[in-house]
Design a protein around this ligand. Structure first.
Ligand SMILES: [Zn+2]
Ligand SMILES: [Zn+2]
Ligand SMILES: [Zn+2]
Ligand SMILES: [Zn+2]
Ligand SMILES: [Zn+2]
Ligand SMILES: [Zn+2]
Ligand SMILES: [Zn+2]
Ligand SMILES: [Zn+2]
Length: 304
């Protein structure tokens, strides 16, 4: 009897142990499951936005076209009418033009280093060229003007590439409305009957805004002294100045103004102690008689 009872107790005890093991295992399982669950949630929380950000930065800008005129559905930007975007070699992002790139980033795009473009009609990235290479686009022209050196596309203006400047400039072309003066190392308008030839005259900064003149895309003006500044800088500067900021010569014909000063002086009576005395003065406008004078201020050229 005792032996049998003992066996029953033992069995019950073993069953309890098994039950306990199962319970312990269950607890461990739920704990593990919870741990895994929270880890997974955290993982989702951390990684999901990052993936999104990357997609936004890297892919989406390439995927939509930009319009110069969204109503007429003309591709381009505020700077150029063109059917393609450029992939900037510096940051591998796409922009409609180098000016758009320079405005959006903290660095300057090397226009000549561009090798890839995106056709805005089919949105396919491809080697840069005058037409789209996709079959569906059927050799669609990317712009009327394409320079394979400057990687410049433009559908609106007359542009030519000057091999001496090694830049694209606005105009019909060398020998048509512009000529390249080797001494000035600049493209000059043929409408200039004569220009004051100054060696490398464009390889300077604008005396007003300090932008490098040679590659500037703003219209320029030659002053009567031969110095050069932007037309817009000239307009702003001459609203309160009449002499060249570099050589101090008068910017225009000052005869009327000087005549006025002469008349005012003539009305003045000289104090007794100064009568008969003379004073040497330095005149900025004094020019060596052989220097040719440019009577009017002319626009020289425009870089792309
Ligand atoms: Zn860049
Ligand atoms: Zn642009
Ligand atoms: Zn295309
Ligand atoms: Zn060019
Ligand atoms: Zn030139
Ligand atoms: Zn010259
Ligand atoms: Zn300027
Ligand atoms: Zn000057």
């Amino acid at each position: 009897m005792i032996h049998q009872e003992l066996k029953i107790i033992e069995k019950r005890y073993q069953a309890k142990i098994t039950l306990l093991r199962i319970l312990k295992f269950r607890v461990r399982l739920t704990r593990e499951a919870r741990r895994y669950q929270s880890r997974w949630i955290n993982m989702q929380r951390n990684s999901e936005p990052e993936v999104d950000m990357e997609a936004k930065e890297e892919r989406i800008p390439d995927l939509y076209p930009c319009y110069r005129d969204s109503e007429k559905l003309e591709f381009g930007c505020k700077h150029y009418k063109r059917n393609c975007k450029l992939v900037a070699s510096c940051c591998n992002k796409s922009y409609t033009c180098r000016h758009c790139h320079d405005e959006a980033t903290d660095h300057v795009m090397d226009r000549k280093a561009t090798t890839m473009m995106i056709c805005m009609k089919c949105l396919i990235i491809q080697p840069i060229g005058p037409t789209c290479s996709t079959v569906s686009c059927n050799s669609l022209s990317m712009a009327r003007y394409y320079c394979s050196i400057c990687k410049l596309f433009d559908d609106e203006r007359q542009i030519y590439h000057c091999p001496h400047c090694d830049l694209c400039r606005i105009g019909e072309g060398l020998g048509i409305d512009f000529f390249h003066c080797m001494n000035c190392n600049a493209c000059m308008s043929k409408s200039l009957s004569k220009h004051i030839c100054r060696e490398k005259c464009l390889e300077v900064d604008c005396p007003i805004c300090h932008e490098y003149i040679f590659t500037s895309s703003t219209p320029l003006r030659a002053l009567s002294c031969g110095h050069i500044m932007h037309s817009s800088c000239f307009d702003a500067y001459t609203s309160s100045n009449y002499t060249c900021p570099i050589c101090c010569k008068s910017l225009g014909d000052m005869q009327v103004y000087f005549g006025m000063i002469d008349a005012m002086l003539a009305e003045e009576t000289i104090p007794e102690e100064y009568v008969g005395q003379t004073q040497d003065i330095l005149c900025n406008d004094f020019v060596v008689p052989t220097t040719p004078a440019l009577s009017e201020l002319d626009i020289i050229h425009l870089c792309d």
